[in-house]
Design a protein around this ligand. Structure first.
Ligand SMILES: [Zn+2]
Length: 394
């Protein structure tokens, strides 16, 4: 059997590597020591969550697609999986945090509800996430395992690690998004102590409110690398929040800045704006798909121009969930009614080691994404249910 770079044994965490002594902290979720992981030499992986909730008909169906760059340019660079689905199982909701966790853990229902913020559930994964697997297997600092989040979904800030005893918070991802930026900004304003009394009082109030939303307590300990990242963002866009791009365009800007300055090895970008269709206007949905398509182009152009990423980066594009296709509903395009099309999504993989110009036209589960990323990066997502898609690997 020939062995490719994706096939080396990433299953052995350092705790069981020959020659590595067993640390008392191995497997406890405690802070790992420097002996515990190998340097990572595999490809960078960028997961683009084509959220929040898109149907195949507006994305991968030729004449109707609002994502022409993805469909006509990117699909030729890799393998398109038009028949990816979210399984019809009891208790599987086709929604945003749920689908994101299917992707990140490779399991359906691999989470528990720990509360809610407004109407949105707060979910905690019970199985390890991809960030935890890769950071346990390899020596990758937290700022190189990144989750790029939308500004109005603080409940998704915390999809960064699961409750699994052998993984957990020591292997979590870093998060970038406006929530984190605002925390940084108000801390800085208070440290600088040069604003007016009223502004300082307001900054203290805002900071307290933001901290109250941080129910997992991971937003408090920012590293010098992240402080620098946010300082330069603040220098560029200022304190008003009026100059920086908004919505999914903001996520693209943050991801491009991260590629240039943080050099992530695994990054997930949680696009979300197609979900504004909940309020009933179909053009919000189709326009948002086009903005994600433009974001993809910007990300791919950035990668293709960067020597650290060019030819060394695998993209994985996958929606969190589909949407209903019943035109008779009073508010069309919902995704909570367990209809067939809300389970129908797609996948696109491209980059080194991925078959080019291929269509894998058979049913594939959304939970296969995690296992396949494990095969690409060289670790075993041992808690995942889905299979590794060996057909798409060259
Ligand atoms: Zn929604």
């Amino acid at each position: 059997m020939t062995t490719g770079w994706w096939q080396h044994d990433g299953n052995r965490s350092a705790c069981v590597q020959p020659g590595a002594h067993r640390s008392a902290r191995c497997g406890t979720g405690g802070r790992r020591g420097p002996h515990t992981a190998r340097a990572y030499t595999g490809p960078n992986v960028i997961i683009v969550r084509f959220g929040g909730g898109v149907r195949r008909s507006e994305t991968i169906v030729g004449k109707k697609s609002y994502a022409p760059y993805m469909l006509n340019v990117l699909a030729r660079r890799g393998t398109l999986i038009p028949n990816m689905t979210i399984a019809q199982l009891d208790g599987v909701d086709t929604s945003h945090a749920e689908g994101t966790l299917n992707i990140l853990t490779g399991r359906y229902r691999g989470y528990s509800k720990v509360g809610s913020q407004g109407l949105a559930p707060l979910l905690e994964p019970g199985a390890p996430t991809l960030f935890e697997y890769v950071r346990k297997a390899f020596d990758i600092p937290v700022h190189q395992a990144l989750l790029v989040n939308g500004e109005d979904r603080p409940q998704e800030e915390y999809l960064t690690y699961g409750g699994h005893a052998h993984y957990g918070v020591s292997y979590r991802s870093e998060v970038i998004g406006l929530f984190r930026y605002k925390l940084h900004k108000f801390r800085r304003i208070l440290e600088e102590n040069t604003a007016s009394e009223a502004e300082l009082t307001e900054a203290a109030k805002q900071l307290k409110e933001l901290k109250a939303q941080d129910y997992r307590g991971t937003a408090g300990d920012s590293s010098p690398v992240m402080e620098r990242f946010w300082d330069t963002w603040r220098a560029q866009y200022g304190d008003t929040g009026l100059k920086n791009p908004r919505g999914d365009r903001l996520l693209t800007e943050l991801a491009v800045k991260a590629i240039r300055e943080l050099k992530p090895r695994l990054m997930m970008i949680n696009y979300q704006d197609p979900d504004y269709v909940h309020w009933g206007n179909a053009s919000h949905y189709t326009r948002a798909i086009g903005i994600i398509d433009q974001g993809l182009q910007r990300l791919v152009d950035t990668v293709d121009l960067d020597p650290a990423y060019r030819g060394r980066t695998v993209f994985v594009v996958v929606p969190d969930c589909g949407r209903d296709a019943n035109g008779l509903m009073s508010v069309p395009f919902q995704h909570h009614f367990n209809t067939r099309s809300s389970h129908e999504i797609f996948g696109l993989f491209f980059g080194p080691g991925i078959a080019q110009g291929k269509v894998l036209d058979k049913p594939v589960d959304q939970t296969s994404v995690a296992t396949t990323i494990g095969a690409i990066m060289g670790f075993k997502a041992s808690g995942a249910e889905g299979r590794a898609l060996s057909e798409i690997l060259t």
